[in-house]
Design a protein around this ligand. Structure first.
Ligand SMILES: CC(C)(COP(=O)(O)OP(=O)(O)OC[C@H]1O[C@@H](n2cnc3c(N)ncnc32)[C@H](O)[C@@H]1OP(=O)(O)O)[C@@H](O)C(=O)NCCC(=O)NCCS
Length: 287
């Protein structure tokens, strides 16, 4: 029976959302982690939201009118990076090469749109997805931990302030470029609109910024002291926690000493040119 790969439509939202929930529940309960998709409603809303996002593109796999899985690819213009996820296949259809076909469709869409840098955040407890991504050409770049805890609201003597205007955005983008080789302008502007982006200035130079502190937020800082200041200044942690590179012992240990816990591990994986960030950073769930 042949497998069809086609664009996701509104009528598919519920099926794709339910499969996402089932797939994540199966894998997280096997490993004793909380599920990335805590309820069926969450899974459905996630698909609905992505379908309504002009920078997201999604396809599904179906056989004989039965939906078996789906995948999304996201762009963050002007960033050259395209991001894959979520990718989910119904647990009963695992092992039939459906994941590979969905990945091939997403990678070919990314290449058609001239993205040579493609990234994703993988759940390392799931060896299946690690093998699939590796076979597709992805390279493990950075192991991560999702850190969970209460905002520190510390009276740190170095303080951060809100990113307010185009000038602030431009200096933060320059810092991002010097760390990563490109800016994350779109995500920073969205965080500014939400009033959650803040920055640190020292002698009128920016030494760090955070597009919020949370699972969909990123940050760049010249030093770990600056990164701590950004984290300590957040009055809210957006979502279930935020990712920290596991190799950044100083930040992980500082968070643990401040009552944070490790929620779950993750892996940042990439295809194409990759510049290891030249400064301490916090990645988002996307990259
Ligand atoms: C990850 C997921 C999408 C994979 O879907 P799938 O249809 O089973 O994937 P495929 O069968 O195309 O590919 C899996 C590959 O891993 C291989 N594999 C699995 N376990 C392996 C192991 N322990 N060692 C070596 N290879 C392994 C399979 O043989 C297959 O490779 P092949 O096609 O060359 O034989 C699916 O399992 C899923 O939805 N999981 C839950 C959600 C999730 O984790 N999503 C990814 C988030 S990062």
């Amino acid at each position: 029976m042949s497998l069809t790969i086609r664009p996701i439509e509104q009528k598919d939202v519920e099926s794709c959302g339910k499969i996402g929930y089932e797939a994540h529940k199966t894998i997280s309960s096997a490993h004793g982690y909380p599920s990335e998709q805590p309820s069926e409603e969450f899974g459905i809303e996630l698909i609905r939201m992505l379908l309504g996002n002009p920078n997201s593109w999604g396809v599904l796999a179906e056989r004989q009118d039965k939906i078996l899985g789906s995948i999304f690819l996201h762009e963050f213009p002007p960033s050259p990076v395209a991001v894959i996820g979520p990718l989910t296949v119904h647990p009963t259809a695992e092992g039939g090469g459906i994941g590979r076909k969905l990945m091939d469709a997403a990678l070919s869409h990314a290449h058609k749109h001239n993205h040579d840098q493609i990234r994703l955040v993988q759940s390392p407890s799931h060896i299946r997805s690690f093998v699939l991504y590796t076979k597709c050409g992805f390279n493990l770049r950075e192991p991560l931990f999702l850190m969970q805890g209460q905002p520190l609201n510390s009276d740190n003597n170095r303080s951060a302030r809100l990113v307010l205007d185009d000038n602030d955005i431009s200096v933060c983008n320059e810092l991002c470029k010097s760390a990563n080789g490109f800016s994350r302008d779109m995500e920073l502007r969205q965080a500014v609109d939400q009033g959650v982006a803040f920055m640190i200035e020292q002698d009128s130079a920016v030494t760090g910024y955070a597009a919020g502190i949370g699972i969909l937020c990123h940050a760049v800082a010249k030093s770990n002291e600056d990164l701590k200041t950004l984290i300590a200044n957040a009055s809210t942690i957006l979502g279930p926690g935020f990712f920290v590179p596991a190799r950044n012992y100083e930040i992980i240990n500082w968070l643990l000493e401040n009552g944070f816990q490790i929620g779950w591990p993750a892996n940042l994986m990439t295809i194409g040119p990759y510049q290891e960030p030249l400064m301490p950073f916090l990645p988002s769930l996307t990259y």
